[in-house]
Design a protein around this ligand. Sequence first.
Ligand SMILES: Nc1nc2c(c(=O)[nH]1)N[C@H]1C(S)=C(S)[C@@H](COP(=O)(O)OP(=O)(O)OC[C@H]3O[C@@H](n4cnc5c(N)ncnc54)[C@H](O)[C@@H]3O)O[C@H]1N2
Ligand code: MOO
Ligand SMILES: [Mg+2]
Length: 423
Amino acid sequence: MAEVRKPIPVEEAISHVWDHRLNGKAEFVSINDCDNRRLAEDIVAKHPVPPFPKSPYDGFALRSEDTLEADRDNPMTFEVVEHIGAGQLPEKRLHKGQATRIMTGAKIPEDADCIAMFEICQVHEQDNRSFMSVKRTIASGQNIIEKGSEVADGEKLINRGTLISPGTKAVLATFGYSQVKVAKKPVIGVIATGTELLDVDEELKPGKIRNSNAYMITSQIIRAGAEYKYFGKLEDELKTSYETIKQALNEVDILITTGGVSVGDFDLMPAIYEKLDADVLFNKVAMRPGSVTTVAAAGGKLLYGLSGNPSACYVGFELFARPAIQYYLFNQTPFLRRIKAILANDFPKPNPFTRFVRSYITYENGRVNANLAGIDKSNVVTSLAHSNSLMILPGGTRGFKAGDEVEAMLLNDQQGQSEFLLE
Ligand SMILES: Nc1nc2c(c(=O)[nH]1)N[C@H]1C(S)=C(S)[C@@H](COP(=O)(O)OP(=O)(O)OC[C@H]3O[C@@H](n4cnc5c(N)ncnc54)[C@H](O)[C@@H]3O)O[C@H]1N2
Ligand code: MOO
Ligand SMILES: [Mg+2]
């Protein structure tokens, strides 16, 4: 008789993975290569921003006290004693009745305390000297960007684990990070098992199918921010499979295999875990698809035995491997973000297991809808192409109707959440 496995709840399975999660490492990369990497340190301001008081406008720097009596009928005239653009340093401090012609971004001259934009000034030349006048009072501090007004020296700006975006890069460049300390990408080994598997460039043959899982998983690994190492596909033969897996484990941080984890005569992974003396954390989870998902620990590394069925394989990766990768990358919100959505389809048949239904989210007049992405069977591959989320239908005795509120996990989201909890 086939072995009977006892399913454990999804949360429990995740907590077993969490107990064995790997700590990440850091490396330096050029700022040119840091896009979509995660920071391995907090970013702290190395100097005030701006580092000097500067003008936000093209205009004239003045002493505000000299404008106190200016009005429409009484223009105040100033002699323009210097002319500076951004990057040039003012050399003259202003005395009574003097102005500096100043461009956006240039340092404010000593004793100037306000800027009059060109648009409110009149200019004229007399005896080869330049003058300007204003017809209104300008307050002290008006149109001055003070030193440190944006950021004080030493202020913490960005948390470790943040995904580097164009905005993050702007901050890194501002503080001179030509080399950026980022999380090292864990190397995830991938092996597809199954005598039935053909390569992607092979013609179909009777009884055989093309290996889609390897391509799917390597793509999920890239989406998760890790690096993959593909060791090819294996026939269901114990000796070579064992040797390849043992060798592969030495070369990676985490190893993912697909197929061969159930109770079939050619499902070799249970025997391989035994031969490896691996600690099987679980091999049956109360979820659909992916109930056969197996995770084992060996030599300080995690081995994921994902199902051969494509949708089960996909879901197993997203639930159990992706958060562990995110943790390795210092992401402080390593779990897939969950949102509330309105179910667009009926699911009348109850299921004792928690279902993670391939779905796509649409937005309609402020309402978030979760739509079924296609046939929702474990052995199906095509619905994966249309999925941007997994809706969570809790296990139990009731079915679900269109209009019910459900939770959905977002697959393309980068924000994440700090905990995995099912209701
Ligand atoms: N008696 C039982 N039979 C099965 C059980 C069970 O509890 N008792 N569980 C079923 C469930 S649930 C699933 S899911 C599958 C899991 O099977 P395995 O993980 O052992 O995977 P395989 O047997 O190797 O393959 C299953 C299926 O997937 C296809 N496959 C495999 N690899 C790939 C690949 N790389 N690309 C595309 N498709 C692949 C394979 O051809 C099979 O059709 O077991 C049930 N059985
Ligand atoms: O492991 Mo299976 O995916 O529940 O059909
Ligand atoms: Mg099988």
